[in-house]
Write a protein that binds this ligand. Structure first.
Ligand SMILES: *Cc1c(COP(=O)(O)O)cnc(C)c1O
Length: 403
């Protein structure tokens, strides 16, 4: 049998290994804070999305433990009997922090993106996306049945061509949804959201911003942790659909969509990934309420910004090849999968954990180290990482592995 499940799976695995793209887990004893025991060894992690250190914050953990007294699980979907006062409190807090009228909780960011896109557009409509958008936006767009148009990463000229095309084909009444990451998860750069909002107005398109890496970490003076849309000066009118996750800067799990009361009422009726799934565990909601109280005011985001600037200035002194990123995500694009793996392994030996990101997560030929910073990293830890990094890079080049 050549088409048995076993032989099919074995063949695909052999290919993956040959391409240096085989992935395996690292097993941690507990959430990094930022130190962690990884496969039995003590490491400083520079790979988590817990940008503010809230995953291990004692007040958050205590609130989450108290929240568990409300029940281990929600026992049903939100619209049946799985919606508790603590969920309501969390939604109100999110609306407050993002400067929106209302918010709706989802089980994860992936589910939020798929649910929102599919609730808003379908066959005969258009969904326009940046080529480097997160997989969940891409999958949401593909599932929707709407015509899928892509544009070159962060290029407003290429975007305008696609919006023009979509509007010409959609006619006056057709719907166009523009969906972008506010901060790109593997590059750390931010979308030109003000220009995008202006184009959406011109072509009557709806702007949806994925704030997975913006929420909690950046914002405006009035809303210091609302995310990249607020940082770009956009409000509910110019950025009407904001999706954010609770598993990154909030250090927890789940996600939300924030917007007008009417949008939230609409999604409550029509977002299938909201309706047909069990409600968020109350303990998670309680932990998130506490985490959001700690992030409110923006002092943790400010500390994070100091760490980012420190990292960038020290890395520049060492001549490391930095990207244009002012966010907590600081990639080092090395190109070749082998080099990235070799450097990541050398760093692990030296006591540091960074993400080794390879295709298909990023385009072929752009394999990279994904270094993420957190407000709880010390300057000493950052210096240690950079010294180890400079040594590892030098060694891999000496060993003849070209970047
Ligand atoms: C992580 C991420 C998501 C998915 O969020 P989860 O809550 O982890 O499912 C969506 N969009 C972007 C840009 C992300 O980085």
């Amino acid at each position: 049998m050549t088409n048995s499940l076993d032989s099919f799976v074995a063949q695909r695995l052999t290919e993956r290994r040959a391409q240096q793209l085989f992935r395996s887990h690292k097993t941690l004893a507990a959430a990094p804070g930022p130190n962690a025991r990884v496969d039995g060894r003590e490491l400083v992690t520079f790979s988590s999305n817990d940008y503010l250190g809230l995953a291990t914050h004692p007040q958050v953990i205590a609130a989450q433990q108290r929240g568990a007294e409300l029940g281990a699980g929600a026992t049903a979907s939100h619209l049946v009997n799985g919606h508790f006062e603590i969920h309501q409190q969390l939604q109100q807090k999110i609306a407050e922090l993002t400067g929106r009228e209302a918010a709706l909780l989802f089980g994860s960011g992936y589910m939020a993106n798929v649910g929102v896109i599919n609730a808003l557009v379908g066959r005969g409509d258009f969904v326009v996306q940046d080529k480097l958008n997160h997989a969940s936006l891409i999958d949401g767009g593909r599932l929707s049945g709407a015509q899928y148009l892509r544009f070159a990463h962060n290029d407003p000229v290429a975007l305008e061509r696609q919006l023009q095309r979509a509007r010409a084909q959609a006619g006056d009444s057709g719907k166009i949804l523009l969906a972008v990451d506010g901060v790109y998860s593997m590059d750390g750069d931010t979308a030109p959201l003000a220009a995008m909002a202006a184009l959406c107005e011109t072509y009557d398109a709806w702007l949806m911003v994925d704030e997975a890496h913006g929420f909690g970490a950046m914002g405006s003076e009035a809303f210091p942790c609302a995310g990249s849309a607020a940082a770009a000066g956009l409000d509910q009118a110019s950025a009407p659909i904001v999706m954010g996750t609770l598993g990154k800067a909030a250090g927890n799990a789940g996600a939300f969509v924030a917007g007008s009361r009417a949008l939230i009422d609409y999604l409550t009726q029509f977002a299938r990934t909201y309706i047909y799934t069990t409600g968020m565990p109350p303990a998670v909601a309680a932990g998130c309420v506490q985490a959001l109280s700690l992030m409110q005011g923006g002092s943790l985001a400010w500390i994070l910004q100091q760490r980012i600037e420190y990292f960038r200035s020290r890395a520049a002194l060492l001549g490391l090849p930095l990207e244009e990123s002012t966010s907590a995500i600081q990639p080092l694009v090395l190109g070749c999968e082998n080099t990235v793996l070799a450097v990541a392994q050398a760093l692990q030996k030296a006591g540091y954990l960074v993400g080794a990101i390879r295709p298909p997560t990023v385009p072929a030929g752009t394999a990279r180290l994904r270094i993420t910073l957190s407000a709880v990293h010390s300057e000493v830890q950052i210096d240690g990482l950079l010294t180890a990094l400079a040594t590892a890079l030098e060694k891999t080049q000496v060993a003849g592995v070209s970047p």
